[in-house]
Design a protein. Structure first.
Length: 304
């Protein structure tokens, strides 16, 4: 009798739980990213600073880069010097490593007789891989991370933070721009740059100085032919992609600049946007993840 009673109680409990599950109200539907952006206010957006904007022109079109002087002040200052000297004009994209990076610079940099002059710019700088976290804004992502104790956004850029060490640094998300270097930490200058092309190589964080990110034109970079030599380098000079003109925004007439606005990451609108990436309510999705990786949150850009 005891076993019969237990089975009866168990069946009743299972029926009760099933009934409760059926009777539970459906979750309240959240907003989609499009709905969040449509409801944004002008105060949620910011204009690009011409002195922190780089326009890279080549045959396929224009790539626009926003610089991050708060994280790499020495490299950004040196890069501005190179840009004002028109250092990159007629140089080339040298390397397109599939699912990794696109790199540009002087193809003759290793030949002292042919290398382009740095002019007033410095040939090497100490690595700026991280900075003190104190006084630097940080909007934390609620989900965890494999590479850092905390991740989020700082001044509009994807960043990581270690509260115990008191450090904050930029992260290698898609479209981030870094400074090429040799083995020595102080061997970079900004004369050789790369942009992250593939899945976020976060293992490079704090090993490379990141100076900014592409805000427009990644589709042009992603469409470049891959290099067939080691590490994605082009093995023939004629395969290289010439850079027509590379300028600091403040050097260009206002009519030649792009009037782009970026969504501020320190707003309630951006917090709501992050939630649309954590739980996607678009009609196509059948399962919501409830989490999101730092590099999977887009940073919206618009042309007003």
């Amino acid at each position: 009798m005891g076993h019969v009673h237990c089975r009866a109680v168990l069946a009743a409990c299972l029926f009760s739980a099933a009934t409760a599950a059926i009777a539970a109200p459906p979750p309240v539907k959240g907003k989609t990213m499009s709905e969040v952006l449509a409801a944004s206010s002008p105060a949620d957006w910011r204009r690009l600073d011409p002195d922190n904007t780089v326009y890279l022109d080549f045959a396929a079109g224009r790539v626009i880069i926003e610089l991050a002087p708060a994280f790499a002040p020495q490299h950004v200052a040196n890069l501005r010097t190179l840009l004002k000297q028109h250092y990159f004009d007629s140089l080339a994209i040298l390397r397109v490593h599939d699912n990794y990076v696109v790199q540009w610079g002087d193809p003759d940099a290793g030949d002292k007789d042919k290398a382009r002059s740095f002019g007033e710019a410095k040939r090497s700088l100490p690595g700026e891989f991280a900075r003190a976290a104190a006084g630097q804004s940080f909007v934390r992502l609620p989900d965890g991370d494999v590479y850092a104790p905390q991740v989020g956004w700082s001044g509009g850029f994807p960043a990581a933070r270690d509260p115990k060490a008191g450090q904050i640094w930029l992260t290698h998300c898609y479209g981030m721009v870094g400074v090429g270097r040799d083995n020595a930490a102080d061997s970079g200058s900004g004369a050789e740059l790369y942009v992250v092309l593939g899945h976020s190589p976060r293992h490079l964080d704090r090993n490379v100085t990141l100076v900014g990110r592409v805000v427009q034109g990644m589709e042009l970079v992603a469409a470049l032919p891959r290099g067939s030599a080691a590490l994605g380098f082009y093995d023939k000079p004629e395969q290289r992609v010439p850079l027509t003109r590379v300028r600091l925004g403040s050097e260009l007439p206002e009519a030649e600049r792009s009037t782009l606005e970026l969504l501020r990451t320190d707003t309630a609108t951006f917090t709501a946007l992050v939630e649309t990436r954590r739980n996607r309510w678009d009609d196509w999705y059948l399962q919501r993840a409830g989490k999101v990786e730092l590099c999977n949150v887009p940073l919206p850009v618009r042309q007003p």
